[in-house]
Structures are given as C-alpha cells and as structure tokens.
Write a protein that binds this ligand. Structure first.
Ligand code: ATP
Ligand code: MG
Length: 391
C-alpha cells in the first residue's frame, strides 16, 4: 500500500485531474500534475505543477523520482510516456489499457475479440476499406480513430459517397465506420478496480447530450434493474479483460431495450461527477484508492442525483461579445444543489467550466429541481432526452 503523505503523479490537468488532486489531498497525499497549460485547473491546486509537454524528458524524470505512483485523467497521453514512467513507478491504469481506449479501432477490436456487445463497424484505413464496407453500415457514422471527443472528428454519412467525402475531409486519417443505431437512450457506468481484481461499480447514469457534449446525467438511470445488472456485468468484464487498475468508465447505448457498448474511458468520467455529492466515496477517491492499493470504497449512492454541465456559453448570454460571470446566486440559493466550478481562465462557448449536482431522495423531484435550476442559470435549450419522461 502507498500511504499518505506519499506523492502521487497525475498526467493531465483538466477538471478530472483537479478533482483527483483534491480527493488525494483530502486523504493526506501530495500530488504532482504534468500539463503544458500553465493555467490548468488541476495544476492550480496541485502541490507541484510541471508545465511541460507530456513527453518532456526532464519533467518525466522529475515525476519518476518524486512520485510513488502515477495515473492519468485523459486517454491521449502518449503511450511512450506511460511506458517510460512504468520503468520507475507503478502506472495505473497501464499503458496497454490506455492504448485500447485511446484508439477507436483498437477499442472496437477489443470488444469484438472478447464478445462484448458493440455496434457493427468496419476499420477504415484507406479508400479500399470504404469501397468494401458492408451496405448494412449505412446510414453510418465515420469517426476518426484517435483524438475525437465531445462528438468532434465524427461525420454522419448517409451513403458510401458521403463516407468517402468525409474520409477525405478527415485527411485520410484512420477511421472506423459505425452503423448508426436507433438509440432509446445513452447510459454509462463508472467503476473502480483494484490490483487484486476487486470491483466496485457506481450506479448507472442516463446521459443526455446537447450539440455532442454531455448536458445532463440522471442517477440512478430510470431503467429496469435487469439493465443495471447487465451494465455492471459488462463493465466489470471489460475491466477484468483489460487487467484494469483504476477508475474506468463505460458508455453504452440502449438499443431496443438492449445494451451496446459505445466506448470506454480509462479515467473518471463527466457522467460520474455526481459521485462527489451522492456516494460514499467519489470516482476520484476511488482512483486514489486503486492507485495506492487501498481497499476500494463501496460504489453505493446514498441519494438520487441529477448533474448538469455548465459550459462557457453561459458567460455570453448578453449579446455584447464580452464575457459576464453568470449570476451564481441563482444556483447557490438552492439548499440541495452542489456547485462545482473548475477555475478555468477563459470561458469559451462549448468549454466545460463547471457543473452542479442536485441531490435528494426522490429522483422525480430532484430532476424537476435540477431542470428548474438549469433554466434559472440561463440554459434555455430543451434537454434532448428529458429525465423521468416515463412519469
Ligand atoms: P464524448 O467525448 O462525449 O464521449 P465522442 O466524441 O467520444 O463523445 P461518441 O461517444 O463516439 O463520441 O459519440 C458521440 C455521440 O454521438 C454519442 O453520445 C451518440 O449520441 C452519438 N452516436 C455515436 N455513435 C453512434 C451510433 N453508432 N449510432 C447512433 N448514435 C451514435
Ligand atoms: Mg462518447
């Protein structure tokens, strides 16, 4: 076991890293963050911030000598960085698991090889693969294999010609072509897995997106218990197959009442923010625990929760092109609302600046209160997939 006050290393300085830093510090650890952005949200609260590139040799050596173990908060850390650090200190999750999750082809190949449900797809490495892709994949979605997020690097393609045009637009980057499924809803499971194979799943969230970005998460997902159980089993199976150690998120589509794995994230997840306010331990404390070889906390939620993302758009509601701080008193007035702001320097439309979580005992009431607060702070777009629509 790695015990406090040991120093832990975090690769990446976004809000997921920031919550990890805060959870680790609460337990008495010190944290070094590596992120090239001098204003990174995690770097600002870390004990030490190395503002350098992810492959900077001096920064990696500093991490290797000062940290008892290293983890990550985003999947696009170069594989060489993880491999290099793991020569000196435990790196969890390991380079192989991260490599699977950072490349859609590898991810789909993994799901297929191990029999986990996934959308029909084809690897597209050149024009030839597009020419021979099955007709059943149209209408489809062409997704670049690497570095896509929040729906970026994706194109909906009605037919083969559209797919060819999109592939051209993506500069012939390796892609996957996925059949477009008719989604009942989208859900996710976050879990912690220890080195000893112990797994603790957090409750499944139902997620609603707006312009490709997560908007609202509702917990527990208002779906039959059989689907919850199936999601836990699939997510735990994926983690075991990857020999995963740390916090893992698995996103699913619900299609015709069945689960289809969409993708995995080798880190805490936006849809798991609610665990901070509604669970015995958060997904971030679980990451600390798995990293340090401590027993995992229970994944149990004590309360119902609805999380709402706060994007940079909220700073630009007045039509004068200047950023104005939203009136937080509208949220803070609510006794069951927990506000989390990430301390980001520049609000930009589409940028995740913070979130809030409404908690309570009755999910229907919590959802109503969360949507009212969402509206009160100025988010007027309707929720794509309204919670509790089943009454
Ligand atoms: P994020 O960063 O939010 O996880 P992403 O860029 O990694 O997003 P995906 O999760 O693959 O991208 O897809 C984004 C959204 O597009 C999904 O949440 C879903 O709404 C829709 N989508 C993706 N693939 C399919 C599919 N095969 N059929 C139908 N809808 C899909
Ligand atoms: Mg996704």
């Amino acid at each position: 076991m790695i015990l406090p006050p040991a120093t832990l290393g975090m690769l990446g300085g976004g809000q997921l890293g920031r919550f990890f830093v805060m959870a680790a510090q609460e337990l008495g650890y010190r944290v070094v963050v590596l992120d090239p952005d001098r204003h990174s949200p995690a770097g600002r609260v870390a004990n030490e911030h190395l503002a350098a590139a992810y492959d900077d040799p001096d920064a990696l050596d500093r991490m290797a000598e000062s940290c008892a173990a290293v983890t990550t908060e985003f999947e696009n850390v170069p594989a060489d960085t993880l491999a290099y650090l793991s020569k000196f200190v435990p790196v969890r999750p390991g380079a192989e698991a991260v490599a699977i999750c950072q490349n859609r082809s590898a991810e789909k190949g993994f799901l297929k090889a191990h029999g986990f449900p996934h959308a029909p797809y084809a690897d597209i490495r050149g024009e030839g693969d597009l020419a021979t892709a099955g007709d059943d994949l149209f209408p489809g979605i062409l997704k670049v294999a690497r570095f896509g997020y929040d729906g970026k690097g994706q194109a909906r393609v009605g037919d083969r010609a559209a797919a060819q045009a999109a592939f051209h637009h993506f500069k012939h980057e390796p892609c996957v072509l996925e059949k477009q499924l008719r989604l009942d809803s989208e859900v996710s499971i976050v879990l912690g897995r220890g080195e000893d194979g112990q797994v603790a799943c957090f409750p499944m969230a139902e997620n609603s997106h707006c312009h490709g970005i997560l908007d609202v998460s509702v917990v527990p997902a208002p779906l039959p218990e059989s689907l919850h159980a199936e999601a836990r089993a699939v997510a735990a199976g994926i983690a075991a197959r990857m020999d995963y150690v740390g916090t893992l998120a698995v996103e699913f589509f619900v299609v015709g009442g069945h689960l289809v794995v969409n993708e995995m994230a080798p880190r805490p997840h936006n849809s798991g923010h609610y665990t901070i306010d509604a669970c015995a331990v958060s997904q971030y404390e679980q990451q600390v625990r798995a990293l340090c070889g401590l027993p995992l906390g229970a994944g149990r939620a004590d309360r119902a929760a609805v999380m709402v993302n706060l994007l940079g758009d909220l700073w630009y509601l007045r039509d004068d092109h200047h950023a104005h701080e939203p009136d937080w008193s509208r949220l803070l007035a609510h006794p069951d609302l927990r506000l989390h702001l990430y301390g980001k320097h520049h609000p930009r439309p589409g940028r995740k600046m913070g979130h809030f979580t409404m908690v309570g005992t009755d999910l229907e009431r919590v959802a109503d209160a969360a949507l009212a607060a969402r509206h009160a702070i100025g988010i007027t777009e309707p929720v794509a997939h309204p919670p509790m629509r089943r009454g």
